[in-house]
Design a protein around this ligand. Structure first.
Ligand code: SF4
Ligand SMILES: [Zn+2]
Ligand SMILES: [Zn+2]
Length: 311
């Protein structure tokens, strides 16, 4: 197995591209994929202030590394979710990376700001942890990006994440979700920040190889709430398909983005109001974030829970 670029011994094989790379040219390949995605979709430029949601996992740390080396102005945002040891370790990995690379990091602690972390919140409102967690993440990523005046919010979603989400949305014919599935979501309201996913063409395995070659220490442990998640089942199915037919995940996602999604875009007619409680965009009177925390306040000791985010 020889590197496609320099013909030295290759260390990473990419079956879906029918090619192999030595460590130096593999790192270059990953970096080039990210720059190509940023330019192709006009995600941001080096003049923009970029906020990256950093979980402490391989995707967000690899993306922080790549973009910093490319000269972008990227600040990390770590949301402490309050999921026991998992959250403590995630914060440690994130902090260690930021300190070693002298990068700016904003930390936001859900439990101390709102009164409950994800674990206690899900128990109190009797809702699956991932649904409350996802809602908190979406809300605070957007709200903190606005509060600190960032131009764009980016996340480390990779090809496996995006293909699995697409699979689930197609399986259940979630038209609204399909219309929003894109590597870039422009702001459609003054209180909604632009969102981008620069890693969307790279697989989990490819990003893990990048971290391994550069000795990036990331949190390998899965969140305890991930077990049994539908997204893991979809990822497993797509991985089995990929083994038999390399490139399937990419074809599935790219085909949707280039051939199907444009027809959804023309149907987008969602009117956004401002939430009566927090002022953030919503399709109803009160946003789902405020409704969830209001329910938590009613079902828990009200002294423990703040009614709305006190940003
Ligand atoms: S697996 Fe669920 S609870 Fe855990 S971090 Fe992801 S969304 Fe949150
Ligand atoms: Zn090489
Ligand atoms: Zn609200």
């Amino acid at each position: 197995m020889r590197c496609k670029k320099c013909h030295k011994k290759a260390s990473v094989e990419l079956r879906r591209h029918n090619t192999s790379f030595c460590p130096i040219h593999y790192i270059e390949f990953v970096s080039n994929q990210v720059s190509r995605n940023i330019k192709k979709h006009n995600m941001f430029t080096s003049a923009n202030r970029v906020l990256l949601a950093v979980s402490g996992g391989k995707d967000s740390l690899a993306l922080w590394d790549i973009l910093t080396k490319q000269g972008y102005n990227v600040t990390g945002l770590h949301l402490k979710l309050g999921i026991g040891n998992y959250s403590l370790k995630a914060a440690e990995k994130t902090r260690a990376f930021a300190e070693t690379h002298e990068l700016q990091l904003i930390e936001y602690d859900l439990e101390s700001e709102m009164g409950l972390g994800v674990s206690r919140l899900s128990k109190s409102i009797k809702r699956a942890p991932c649904s409350g967690c996802g809602l908190n993440k979406r809300y605070f990523f957007n709200k903190l990006a606005l509060q600190f005046q960032f131009d764009v919010l980016i996340t480390g979603h990779n090809l496996d994440d995006e293909a699995a989400t697409l699979f689930g949305n197609v399986l259940h014919w979630q038209e609204q979700a399909l219309s929003r599935q894109s590597p870039i979501l422009e702001s459609t309201h003054p209180n909604l920040v632009k969102k981008c996913k620069p890693l969307y063409t790279l697989t989990e395995r490819e990003i893990a190889s990048y971290c391994l070659l550069l000795k990036i220490a990331y949190q390998e442990e899965e969140c305890p709430n991930a077990a049994g998640a539908h997204s893991l089942l979809y990822k497993d199915l797509l991985n089995r398909l990929e083994v038999q037919s390399p490139g399937s995940k990419q074809q599935f996602l790219q085909g949707f983005l280039s051939k199907i999604r444009p027809s959804f875009r023309s149907q987008e007619t969602v009117t956004l109001n401002e939430c009566d409680s927090c002022g953030m965009p919503t399709t109803g009177q009160v946003c789902s974030f405020c409704r969830m925390w209001e329910r938590a306040r009613k079902l828990t000791d009200p002294k423990l829970v703040n009614g709305t985010s006190n940003l």
